[in-house]
Design a protein around this ligand. Structure first.
Ligand code: ADP
Ligand code: MG
Length: 399
């Protein structure tokens, strides 16, 4: 198993010292924002449905100071190219394209929303693997947003900060993501999964103490870089919107699971039998059933029947693989090998086409399941996956 990353709290002093060495004075503060895994509820967020993410112990740690001259200097210990220098009041979407677009986009989105945010010096370091479907991008945005919220005394709530971060990613970076990742990073609490209603961003913290049940949640990073920008996401999104339109609802969240069968029949009547219509029916079936799976997992967690959630996770994977069709051979192999190795359940998580999977295992069997996955990958000729334990950790905070 990959060794746990040092807690944000432990690296705060080092990140502050790096800031001082870089900019020649001490930062005003240190902020941390975590990556996330989503336990269940995939491609449901933009359908105004439900998701159930947890924050990872892996975080972006940012040392930040406010600057009142409008200069924005951005530096990441994890990115090549040194300090990126911009001007807060002349940022333009998609002008840059590199990693700095994420934090710069947050400044832009805050200013677009009418907040009097000027410059800042930022230095950050992250333990969230980038491009692994664990939302390093949202962690980067939320750490920046929270720091600016404090330094410029904006008084924004966690959901408001998440929406700003999402706007930055959608309209400045140019990635059409939903709001789950930013909400997870901003609002998760340690020892809980976040039941998020993506319609109104209302949340319920659902207790999840896996070790008390003798269980453990593994994250398996396949090392296959996902590409959300390649049109597949937009295509699924458009298909869901077409399905909602044909069913006469604003979003697929408004189709109750109990009416799924009749809704699919109505879609057949409305859209006919062609391949595009068949696609829309598959997408609708995935979204409506995954919203229902979120409810089922929450009921099981509330009832203390955590083991039974494993089967629901696996069902979710089958739906993502066969109906939404966003899995890939590596993700399918994680699920297959983990289950053959004794896991209670497993599914791909995040946008798909690579990235990571979550695996629910008996704590005593965790190492064996991880080994079974590694062996299966070696036998298939895939790169060695990175496996680590996901403990439900704290959301964004000032250290
Ligand atoms: P994910 O959010 O699943 O990790 P994305 O493709 O959405 O994947 O975001 C990854 C991008 O975020 C990277 O390509 C990089 O631009 C930026 N990023 C993530 N972590 C860092 C970091 N530590 N330093 C600089 N940029 C980062
Ligand atoms: Mg991302």
């Amino acid at each position: 198993m990959t060794a746990p990353a040092p807690a944000a709290e432990e690296s705060a002093a080092a990140v502050a010292a790096e800031f001082t060495a870089l900019y020649g004075y001490e930062p005003t503060g240190i902020w941390a924002a975590p990556g996330r895994v989503n336990l269940i509820g995939e491609y449901t967020d933009f359908n105004e449905g439900f998701v159930l993410p947890l924050a990872l112990p892996r975080t972006v740690v940012a040392a930040v100071a406010r600057r009142d001259d409008g200069v924005l200097r951005l530096h990441s210990a994890d990115a090549a190219g040194g300090v990126v220098e911009l001007t807060a009041h002349s940022l333009t979407p998609l002008s840059d394209g590199g990693w700095a677009a994420y934090p710069a986009g947050v400044v832009w989105a805050l200013r677009e929303a009418g907040h009097a945010v000027g410059g800042a010096d930022v230095h950050l370091r992250s333990t969230v693997p980038a491009g692994a479907g664990l939302s390093s991008s949202a962690a980067l945005e939320v750490a920046t947003a929270l720091a600016l919220n404090d330094l410029y005394e904006l008084g924004l709530s966690r959901p408001e900060l998440a929406l700003v971060a999402q706007r930055a990613e959608n309209d400045f970076v140019g990635v059409p993501c939903g709001v789950m990742d930013q909400m997870a990073s901003a609002a998760c609490e340690a020892g809980h999964v976040l039941h998020l209603d993506c319609r109104d961003l209302s949340v319920r913290q659902v207790p999840l103490d896996l070790s008390a049940h003798g269980l453990c949640l593994l994250v398996v990073d396949t090392r296959v870089e996902h590409e959300l920008g390649d049109g597949a996401y937009a295509e699924r999104r458009a298909g869901c919107e077409a399905g909602a339109r044909a069913l006469g609802v604003s979003h697929l969240r408004d189709v109750p699971f109990a009416e799924l069968r009749s809704a699919l029949g109505r879609l057949r009547d409305e859209l006919g039998e062609g391949p595009d219509a068949e696609k829309v029916r598959r997408y609708v079936r995935h979204v409506v059933s995954d919203d229902h799976r979120v409810e089922r997992v929450i009921s099981l967690l509330d009832a203390g029947d955590v083991r039974a959630a494993g089967d629901v996770l696996t069902e979710g994977h089958v739906s993502l693989r066969d109906d939404l069709r966003i899995s890939c051979p590596e993700l399918d192999l994680v699920v297959e090998a983990a289950r053959a190795g004794g896991a209670l359940g497993a599914r791909m998580t995040g946008g798909g086409f690579g990235g990571s999977a979550v695996v629910l295992v008996e704590a005593a069997g965790a190492e064996g399941v991880a080994e079974a996955v590694r062996e299966a990958f070696a036998a298939a000729g895939f790169a060695e996956p990175r496996v680590f334990v996901a403990e439900a950790s704290a959301g964004a905070r000032r250290l």
